[in-house]
Ligand binder design. Structure first.
Ligand code: C2E
Ligand code: CA
Ligand code: CA
Length: 755
């Protein structure tokens, strides 16, 4: 309903205009439409809750004054001089408020330089025309009071201002909403009305036929409708035009203004001296403005171009060059370098940035990046290039000697390691410390930025692998390592896809008899026959599989294969009801929400009870795994699957984690087992693990048992389960089964091999 009011007003206004034209009830039209219009200006903005209110108040005042002017003029038209001119006084005030109101809109949009210049050109053209055709003739009409002459000349002048406003309005905003169009129509109608009066004013008339007032009636209507239209709010917000080009539409408006002085010179063959002055000065002003306009257009075009280029080559967050610009700059440096000069590149990747992003949110992460960028820029000499080339990656390039480069490296690391403030806004501020892994390379035979960046990255990854927060200087052997890794990745991808992997099984024994005679479980360990290198152990390719996103597919295959193997052994009676299978699970696999259901499906398909499966996870899973991992582990426990912490003691070893997570056992890392019988320290550690596990009701497996001495210590420490070469290496399934059968046939424990 309230969105339709403007149509109502438009309807009433048009009807009134039609009646006016037909001379029906002429006394009613202006008071009615004028009042409605003033009401619309006063309350329309409230209807749509438009802010600010100031321009609307000014326009309301304008409408009221115009209304008063029209009514008074009609009443006093036959009155004595100067009473008859009272109406004009109100109209002039109305103009003043109209101009003020429109100017407020325009100033809210921020007056565009070009729109102003174009407006001025049109304005001067109109002023010259108006002066020569209307104002001078009107003031020259003989035998009437000065005030009447002045008023007659004033209206065309005011119209020039209206033109300026209208042109500015049209040229400043790119979006033309209905309210804006209605407002433009109002200005145009006022102008048309005044033009009519100016024409009769030339002959010395100040009143004319009623039709001359029709445009004003329509102007009231259009203005009121503009205030009521739902899009009126857009009047207070401009959508600036892009670069102000010499568009055809603009030329259509500016062209006549520029032509006006010339046309008038032709039309008025014998101009009076004042007219000549007006033509000369006005024409010169138009030419000057045109020149200013042309040079301004060129300038702003160039500025826009520069801005655009800057955006395309710089990172918006830090203002530093981006990868594209870096490449260009480094290529140039490499081409210009002399014989003795060295170009050094430092590639750094923040450690712990993801953590900040995850815990404090992206705005905090952005602030951190911006701060690091600022610090780097500040700490390094101006000749150094500092660029941001990725999310949390920066590159520094310097032209310097080796000692200077090393000093630079220290300074760079120092920038990153100093505590940073994150948070602010809604999140509490906190001090965080991040680090960086950095690769350094000296340009040798490198002739492109790309080659240099690749080697710097290689060294950076090396630094990351060696435990983060450190730097590594590139050497050629790293390139070979990278090549090898890439080769392995390609071959592994094919091997996983074609299921060319194999599994070896290593026995896990019950140590409660002191000897480990009974095999109670097996660990499935993956093997790969590389087409060129032959059989490879997982240490050669598991890390590659993790980086290359192959680990999930690989892990799923191992799991299915191992469970199916267990099912076959159970069916054939090779193993008993309680025999279990241990399968290694990578942290990546536990990031997949569907993992638990996949495990359940594999078990169900093989008809193996869940308790016969043990999943070996790393300590890092418990420390770094999020809520998803936590839920996943719980779900697995619900299924009945057992969960064992592998390599226990090598990671974070926070005992609290064991209590908080649903694990069922730990596997003491072989680095502690190796020292048993030699190092009392290792013995103490094993003793502590056994005691703690007893308290938490966890099973304990000692792995990597190679000697009888180690076995004896473990047995004495009451470690219940063990695994190691002492009982057997990881072997193919059929070998494993044969060994089990052989052991069963021999009632006595097998002769202990110590290989
Ligand atoms: P892990 O889980 O700690 O596996 C035990 C490793 O120790 C195996 O090496 C095994 O052959 C070796 N080992 C067993 N007994 C002894 C011993 O008495 N002395 C010595 N020195 N070593 C012994 P492997 O097979 O090379 O596996 C290395 C690692 O690869 C495993 O360590 C495990 O973390 C990972 N891995 C193996 N298979 C898989 C798999 O299917 N998935 C995943 N995600 N990781 C796997
Ligand atoms: Ca394991
Ligand atoms: Ca292990």
């Amino acid at each position: 309903m309230r969105d339709r009011l403007w149509i109502g007003l438009l309807g009433i206004g048009l009807t009134a205009a039609a009646l006016w034209a037909a001379d029906v009830l002429p006394g009613l039209a202006f008071p009615l439409v004028g009042t409605l219009s003033a009401l619309a200006w006063a309350f329309g903005p409230r209807l749509h809750d438009l802010r600010p209110r100031r321009p609307w108040r000014l326009l309301t005042a304008a409408a009221l004054f115009f209304l008063a002017g029209v009514v008074l003029r009609a009443l006093l038209v036959t009155g004595p001089y100067p009473l008859a001119q009272l109406g004009d006084a109100f109209s002039v005030c109305g103009f003043a408020f109209l101009v003020a109101g429109m100017a407020t809109f325009l100033s809210r949009w921020g007056i565009d330089r070009h729109a102003l210049l174009d407006g001025l050109i049109v304005c001067i053209g109109a002023a010259i025309t108006s002066a020569l055709l209307f104002i001078l003739p009107a003031t020259a009409v003989p035998g009437r009071p000065v005030l009447v002459s002045v008023l007659a000349g004033l209206y065309p002048l005011l119209d020039v201002v209206i033109v300026l406003l209208g042109v500015n309005l049209a040229f400043t905003t790119a979006v033309r909403r209905p309210a804006l169009l209605l407002l433009g129509a109002m200005l145009l109608l006022i102008f048309a009305g005044d033009l009519g009066y100016a024409v009769i004013g030339r002959q010395g008339h100040v009143t004319g036929p009623a039709l001359l007032d029709l445009p004003y009636l329509l102007a009231f209507t259009a203005g009121g409708a503009a205030a009521l239209h739902p899009s009126a709010g857009a009047l207070a917000q401009a959508t600036p035009l892009p670069i102000q080009a010499w568009s055809p539409a603009r030329m259509l408006i500016i062209g006549p203004a520029v032509a006006a002085p010339f046309a008038l010179t032709v039309l008025l063959p014998h101009p009076a001296p004042l007219s000549r002055w007006i033509l000369g000065v006005g024409g010169a002003a138009i030419v000057a403005l045109l020149l200013a306009r042309a040079s301004g257009a060129v300038h702003s075009h160039a500025a826009a171009q520069r801005r655009f280029e800057h955006q395309a080559t710089h990172d918006p967050l830090t203002g530093l060059p981006n990868r594209r610009l870096l490449q260009i700059m480094v290529d140039r440096r490499l081409a210009e370098r002399g014989d003795g000069d060295a170009v050094w590149m430092f590639s750094l990747d923040l450690d712990g940035f993801k953590l900040v992003n995850d815990s404090w949110g992206h705005p905090a992460g952005d602030r951190l990046i911006a701060e690091v960028g600022a610090r780097l820029r500040h700490a390094l000499p101006a000749e150094a290039t500092v660029a941001r080339v990725g999310g949390d990656e920066f590159v520094v390039v310097m032209h310097c000697t080796e000692p200077e480069a090393m000093a630079g490296a220290r300074r760079i690391m120092e920038c990153v390691e100093r505590p940073l403030l994150v948070g602010g806004g809604e999140t509490p501020t906190a001090e965080v410390v991040v680090g960086a892994s950095m690769g350094i390379v000296r340009a040798e035979r490198h002739d492109t930025a790309e080659a240099l960046m690749r080697d710097a990255d290689t060294a950076m990854y090396q630094a990351k692998e060696q435990g983060r927060n450190r730097w590594t200087v590139f050497d050629a052997s790293m390139r070979d390592a990278v090549r090898e890794r890439v080769e392995i990745e390609v071959a592994l991808r094919a091997a996983v896809a074609q299921e060319q992997l194999a599994i070896a099984y290593q026995p896990i024994v019950d140590l409660t008899d002191g000897l480990g005679t009974r095999t109670v479980g097996a660990e499935a360990l993956v093997r790969w026959e590389h087409p060129v290198r032959g059989w490879l152990g997982p240490n050669m390719f598991i890390a590659v599989a993790e980086d290359a996103n192959l680990i999930s597919a690989l892990g799923a295959w191992v799991l299915r294969e191992a469970v199916q193997q267990l099912a076959r052994w159970r069916d054939k009676g090779v193993v008993g009801e309680d025999f279990w299978m241990s399968v290694n699970v990578s942290p990546r696999q536990l990031g997949d929400a569907a993992f638990a259901e996949r495990v359940a499906a594999i078990l169900a398909q093989a008809r193996v009870p869940a308790r016969n499966l043990v999943l070996e996870i790393t300590e890092s899973v418990m420390v770094e795994g999020g809520e998803l991992t936590e839920r996943l582990l719980l779900r697995l426990r619900e299924l009945g699957v057992r969960i064992c912490v592998d390599d226990f003691g090598t990671g974070f070893s926070a005992l609290g984690y064991l209590r908080r997570h649903p694990v069922t056992g730990v596997k003491i890392d072989r680095s502690f087992v190796g020292g048993l019988g030699v190092s009392t320290q290792d013995e103490e550690i094993v003793r502590a693990v056994v005691a703690m596990s007893g308290a938490l009701n966890l099973t304990v497996v000692a792995e990597g048992v190679e000697t009888t001495a180690q076995r004896n210590v473990l047995a004495a420490l009451k470690v219940p389960l063990a695994q190691g070469w002492l009982w057997g290496r990881a072997v193919p399934a059929h070998t494993f089964a044969a060994a089990l059968r052989a052991r069963e046939r021999v009632a006595e424990p097998v002769a202990v091999r110590s290989d």
